[in-house]
Design a protein around this ligand. Sequence first.
Ligand code: TRP
Ligand code: SF4
Length: 405
Amino acid sequence: MSNTTGPNRRVLSGMRPTGPLHLGHLHGALNNWLRLQYEYECFFFVADWHALTTHYEDPSGIGPSVRQMLVEWLAVGINPAAATVFVQSDVPEHAELHLLLSMITPLGWLERVPTYKDQQEKLKERDLSTYGFLGYPLLQSADILIYRAGHVPVGEDQVAHVEITREIARRFNHLYGREADFEQRAERAVRHLGGKQSKLYLEFRRSYQERGDETALESGRALVENHPRLTLADRERLLGYLEGIGRTILVEPDALLTPTPRVPGLDGQKMSKSYGNTIGLAEDPEAVEKKLRTMQTDPARVRRTDPGDPGKCPVWQFHRMYSDERTQAWVQEGCRSAGIGCVECKQPVIDAVQAELKPIREKIDEYNASPDTVDIILAEGRERARDAARETMEEVRESMGLEYR
Ligand code: TRP
Ligand code: SF4
């Protein structure tokens, strides 16, 4: 089911620990997460097994990056009191669901995911003709489905992975959501709703099934999801019964496209580790200053007296992100008339970036100085995540008929 406006308030997202975070991550994913954590029930995790799919030959960097990534998330303001923060491999249920889903996943679905061939092409130096790498999107599906997340904030490049997740959920529900005595069980669950609520539910169901009334569908879902005393299995039955399908065991998520300002790198291309044009969140002020001082400008401005065009200059892209209108006007006018020099022009950018990074860097140092705090946050996150994951896995095993021990 689609949850864009529905009652599912759970958000899940992850990042691979493949190196230090930079301004691109901050202005892309992380600022978005910071907002979401106070609006939704958020789960954010470090996808260390996903890192292993591409770095299996030398996994030594993954461990330190896991820790560093967590510290950087906390330093930018991810709040463990608001969001559940954890490490993928701390919740082995992800691997179990991945395995079970692999049984029902047609190979062609995985081979057709665009990132599969793209990444193999791009990372030619690595041998990615492995089973694990082909299964990358399926592991991601397990990550998402195990929390029954309604929303998955991701960048453009990950939309195909959310799409295959929806297909897998649909296939799973189709295969295992049809209990033999579904109707009876659903009717019993309707009675559990209680007199007035039962009546309302049945009215919503009729309006939807007879007239396709989407509002009634949404209201019915809200009624079920907000009901205080339903078992998970009954909730799934009622959601499926509402729509006239079987039990909804796994929830189809929506991609929440991150509205990212394209963060410029030092060379004007998108900021990315693979272009070597980044400014790291943990870099010291001297290194940041040096990188910005020496960054490219409009190549036409050879001498100070040559006029330039901000449209051809990466520094201008930084001004667009960091400077107010007055400063931007000063750049436009000063550059085109050769009224200002490039060193002068860069100063407000340097100041703004340093001001942005200073508190982050301080927090990074604080967390690094108290590893116990980080351990506690991780342990709490792991327990919260496992509770949610275990709940789903029980339903999954039961619906697949695996409760025969
Ligand atoms: N594949 C994602 C990326 O490279 C990381 C990721 C793994 C993820 N599992 C996820 C993102 C689940 C969202 C939801 O960015
Ligand atoms: Fe770029 Fe500013 Fe130099 Fe113009 S004056 S070329 S915008 S750095």
